[in-house]
Write a protein that binds this ligand. Structure first.
Ligand code: HEC
Length: 139
């Protein structure tokens, strides 16, 4: 049973890793720091109505780096049956970022504002439930 869960988790993560590069030092923390920067850039771009820059930042968020296999295995082992939900939270951010990229390219400001606010909720949705827990797992 335990093994099955791990395998399902592993294949979910592997599937999402095909097109993404690995984070520089392989930690989830560095992946998140980059996400934070891209999120800030996106906010700034929206404030300046710089649609090209907004599209670029959203693209980076959608295709963010992945942590190393070692970190992923640790997270999976720690979260166990909650792993699919953790993954779902990540997918939510991914889909929103793709939508934001589309709206930026269409220069649709009202949509952008709405979606960027949904993005903050999506980031914080995962943080509220998992951030400190995963930090403990990765200690
Ligand atoms: C699937 C869950 C999940 C989602 C979605 C998520 N995060 Fe995180 N985030 C985490 C976890 C777990 C940590 C703690 C990592 C650690 O310290 O090892 C974290 C930490 C962070 C940090 C702090 C890094 C540091 O230096 O301590 C920032 C900044 C951050 N996330 C930004 C974002 C942004 C921006 C988004 C949305 C675009 C986002 N995160 C979406 C799980 C998530």
């Amino acid at each position: 049973m335990k093994k099955t869960i791990l395998l399902v988790g592993a294949s979910l993560l592997l599937a999402s890793n095909v097109y993404a590069a690995d984070a520089e030092d392989g930690t989830l923390k560095s992946v998140m720091q980059q996400l934070g920067e891209d999120y800030t850039t996106l906010n700034q771009a929206i404030l300046m109505a710089d649609f090209d820059r907004a599209a670029q930042a959203a693209h980076h968020i959608a295709h963010h780096d992945k942590p190393s296999m070692f970190q992923k295995m640790k997270i999976m082992a720690g979260l166990r049956t909650d792993m699919p939900n953790f993954k779902k939270a990540d997918d939510k951010v991914h889909k929103l970022a793709l939508d934001i990229e589309k709206s930026a390219k269409a220069k649709d400001m009202p949509q952008l504002i709405q979606q960027q606010s949904n993005m903050l909720s999506a980031c914080m949705g995962c943080h509220t439930t998992y951030r400190s827990r995963v930090m403990d797992i990765l200690k």
